[in-house]
Write a protein that binds this ligand. Structure first.
Ligand SMILES: Nc1nc2c(ncn2[C@@H]2O[C@H](COP(=O)(O)OP(=O)(O)OP(=O)(O)O)[C@@H](O)[C@H]2O)c(=O)[nH]1
Length: 330
């Protein structure tokens, strides 16, 4: 899928900077909200074909040059969360994250301002040391939730975390390259985050044209939307236990041109019968709800009404079974 209209690369000169950034942080740290705030309305959901990364691109920030700053393009790359691995899948995900992080130019470590630094944060910090020579900035999120004095304390704690974990590397003996407090909700400092990330990008022409949307793996995004809908409200009962595969994603044949419809056939994989029952719900009520929520999201993503056919299947112990993992695309 490409956007309507011509392909337009942002204007650039020799001082233009462009590159990849990735946000990490424990669940709920505010990564998605910050991504959306940075990218603004123009969320270019795209999946990367080229360049250095094979991972999903969440959004592209195109910042034109003005009198004070050079132009830049930030490509925000999505990574799954870093978790203490308990299963083979967990381990693979972590390896994948480390891979991704070694390919991006800058890592933004999101730490909520209103929560004490915990073991989860320290685990992530320790993982970041596995990605040597990496520029890491700390983004202290949700600053609107706390008074200023408390923010100062948190900034000091974050600084200390950086010094403890990111010391040793010659380049990072000072800890984080920068610590930026930000609120994605009231917009405070969002521009500063963009400026700071842009400043750290290598000199490069823009990597993507403006307005480009997905190239081919819409299926990945569609699967993700279905997974999100399925996890809504039951995240605690089904942590990591579900995967979604998309078997078919096709425009319906024989429709009028002005009334297109896309057929999506997808399967939600769970590990156990009990989980299947949760997903389906009484009399199929949850599955219906999942379907309509996912359908809305897919419609927005593709810009076309969709017919969504969803199945639920028990794929036993898929988290631990390497062969099955491969089949599910991990
Ligand atoms: N008040 C306030 N709330 C925020 C801010 N940023 C995020 N939140 C809220 O914090 C919660 C988590 O935000 P997300 O952006 O989904 O966090 P995440 O890190 O992407 O979470 P995962 O997808 O679980 O890894 C949501 O309820 C957001 O609305 C902020 O700047 N201020």
């Amino acid at each position: 899928m490409t956007a309507d209209g011509p392909t337009v690369f942002p204007e650039f000169d020799e001082s233009f900077r462009a590159g990849f950034a990735s946000f990490v942080g424990r669940p709920n740290a505010g990564k998605s909200t910050l991504t959306n705030a940075l990218v603004g309305e123009k969320v270019a959901i795209t999946s990367s074909k080229p360049q250095t990364t094979r991972h999903t691109i969440r959004g592209i920030v195109n910042r034109p040059a003005d009198e004070e700053r050079t132009g830049a393009q930030l490509v925000l790359v999505d990574t799954p969360g870093l978790h203490r691995p308990r299963t083979l899948l967990g381990q693979r995900l972590n390896d994948l994250v480390i891979d991704t992080l070694s390919e991006v130019d800058v890592v933004g470590f999101c730490l909520p301002a209103d929560e004490k630094i915990g073991p989860g944060d320290r685990f992530i910090a320790s993982q970041l040391t596995k990605v040597p020579h990496k520029r890491v900035v700390a983004l202290v999120t949700k600053t609107d939730k706390i008074p200023r004095r408390q923010l100062a304390e948190q900034l000091i704690a974050v600084d200390q975390l950086g010094r403890e974990h990111l010391a040793g590397e010659k380049k990072q003996a000072e800890g984080f390259e920068a610590i930026i407090p930000v609120s994605a909700v009231n917009g405070e400092q969002v521009d500063t985050v963009a400026d700071e990330l842009a400043r750290m990008m290598p000199l490069s022409p823009p990597l993507y044209p403006e307005g480009e949307l997905t190239d081919e793996p819409e299926a990945v995004m569609v699967a993700e939307l279905i997974r999100e809908a399925a996890l809504e409200d039951v995240r605690d009962e089904l942590p990591h236990s579900i995967a979604v595969t998309v078997e078919e994603l096709m425009p319906r044949q024989g429709r009028d041109e002005d009334r297109p419809l896309i057929d999506v056939h997808a399967t939600i994989h769970v590990e156990r019968d009990s989980q299947k029952a949760i997903i389906i719900g009484r009399g199929g009520s949850r599955l219906k709800q999942i379907g309509s929520q996912a359908r809305e999201g897919i419609k927005r993503l593709l810009g076309t009404p969709v017919y969504l056919d969803l199945h639920v299947k028990v794929t036993k112990e898929w988290q631990r079974d390497a062969k099955k993992l491969g089949r599910l695309g991990f």
